[in-house]
Design a protein around this ligand. Structure first.
Ligand SMILES: [Zn+2]
Ligand SMILES: [Zn+2]
Length: 439
């Protein structure tokens, strides 16, 4: 019996013949998927303001036979397809774009003007390539519906809001993603990559993206005349010391084998040459992987700010105010090792070793890890699909520092290759999890 089951399972794996059939089917879908992609690209929406995108995609999913619930986690949508007994698999695509003025010169470039939360108008662009994720989402749904006879289980496909602001995954989980809908055993997502040539897949077992923390420091002094420093406590000098001492968290306090970053991205204070201001505002981004390193950095920032203020003789009631913006924190995404390694082998077998690579972890943020964070009953993997057009890659010999990165106004991936590759990869990963007879 066991032997029979193994054989049955093996027969449903995409062998050379079915691999070609899958690739052909995706190829046939590409004109439609590219039309969808160009439309999405021309109509980007900012984080948590995704209205048109889910309204466009939800009916497509319903037409394919999914039961779709909209407005989950504000603007997210959950599409469920029950197809017999078996595991529950969740596939996620993120929908949001960025406040960037597109400079790609593409015929379908965005000219959309959106609004920041304070009402300020801003150009909007799919500069992170989430539009490729969305087109591939539909492509993958189409394939898995067409291949329904080859798998058994429950497929949940979610359109996530607000990835760029780190809010969307949390919003969907808080709104009952795992209680109102079946809870998954396995989660997959992909992201287009500016670090890989188009069509090459990268997987990182373990940490793949970082803890992202936003910290504000209000450095308070005692202002006065620029020519009478003895009557002041100069917050510009104090803030400068804080900025420099913060770097010793990285160089002296943490284990050198644990990667981390403390960047002071904004230093604002003062109005005039001869006035010592009352305060200075510092804005930091803090990156790490391990929770204990995150804690060391955040505790250290508070300690250093206070310690430097004491050293400068600032009065007790003017100590710095350090604010960790927990509402904007994104936890590190750690791909679960077993699933990530298995998926890597699966992709190597399907696409070949020259199209599959292990990618080093990045210090950027991705909130997809929240779907399996601290829950050993859920496995998850975020993989990367290279988007750098081949000619551009070859022209710089793969030195991506010479090319536009994600979030650049110039990021123009080879969308057709990203969408086709990601659809194929996501489909075989899904079939592998949901194959008949179980794993
Ligand atoms: Zn992004
Ligand atoms: Zn992104």
């Amino acid at each position: 019996m066991k032997r029979f089951l193994l054989l049955a399972a093996a027969m449903t794996l995409p062998g050379p013949a079915s691999a070609a059939a899958l690739s052909d089917a995706i190829h046939a879908d590409m004109p439609q998927l590219m039309t969808l992609y160009r439309d999405l690209h021309a109509h980007p929406e900012l984080s948590m303001q995704e209205i048109r995108t889910p309204a466009l995609l939800a009916p497509m999913m319903r037409k394919l036979g999914f039961e779709v619930t909209e407005h989950v986690g504000k603007t997210g949508a959950v599409a469920v397809l029950k197809n017999g007994p078996g595991p529950v698999l969740l596939l996620r695509a993120d929908m949001d774009a960025l406040p960037v003025r597109e400079a790609t010169g593409l015929p379908y470039a965005s000219t959309v003007i959106g609004k920041l939360r304070d009402g300020t108008p801003t150009p909007v662009m799919h500069a992170c390539g989430h539009d490729t994720h969305l087109a591939s989402f539909i492509g993958t749904a189409r394939r898995l519906v067409a291949m329904k006879g080859q798998w058994s289980g429950t497929l949940i496909m979610i359109l996530q809001s607000g990835e760029e602001t780190g809010e969307g995954a949390k919003a969907m989980l808080d709104d009952g993603l795992y209680t109102r809908f079946p809870k998954p055993n396995t989660v997959f997502a992909f992201h287009d990559s500016a670090m890989l040539p188009a069509g090459v897949i990268g997987v990182t077992p373990g940490y793949t993206t970082a803890n992202v923390d936003t910290v504000d420091i209000l450095v308070r002094g005692v202002g006065g005349h620029g020519a009478v420093p003895q009557a002041t406590k100069d917050p510009i000098v104090l803030a400068s010391r804080i900025v420099l001492t913060l770097q010793t968290l990285i160089s002296r306090e943490k284990n050198p084998l644990d990667p981390a970053v403390v960047t002071v991205g904004s230093f604002q204070g003062g109005t005039k040459n001869n006035v010592i201001p009352d305060d200075v505002k510092l804005a930091l981004t803090v990156r790490s992987y391990k929770p204990e390193v995150r804690k060391l950095l955040l505790d250290g920032i508070a300690r250093i700010a206070r310690g430097e203020a004491i050293a400068a003789g600032v009065p007790d009631d003017r100590m710095p105010v350090v604010t960790v913006r927990e509402d904007q924190a994104t936890p590190a995404t750690a791909n679960t090792e077993k699933l990530a390694n298995h998926t890597l082998d699966l992709f190597r077998g399907h696409f070949g070793a020259d199209r599959t690579t292990i990618l080093p972890p990045l210090m950027v943020g991705e909130d997809v890890g929240r779907y399996w964070l601290n829950d050993p009953s859920v496995e998850g993997t975020l993989f990367w699909v290279g988007g750098v057009p081949r000619a551009k890659w070859d022209a710089v010999n793969g030195d991506t520092t010479k090319l536009p990165s994600l979030h650049s106004a110039l990021w123009a991936p080879d969308a057709e290759t990203v969408i086709a590759t990601a659809t194929e990869a996501m489909t075989i990963a899904a079939l592998d999890v949901l194959k008949k007879g179980g794993a």
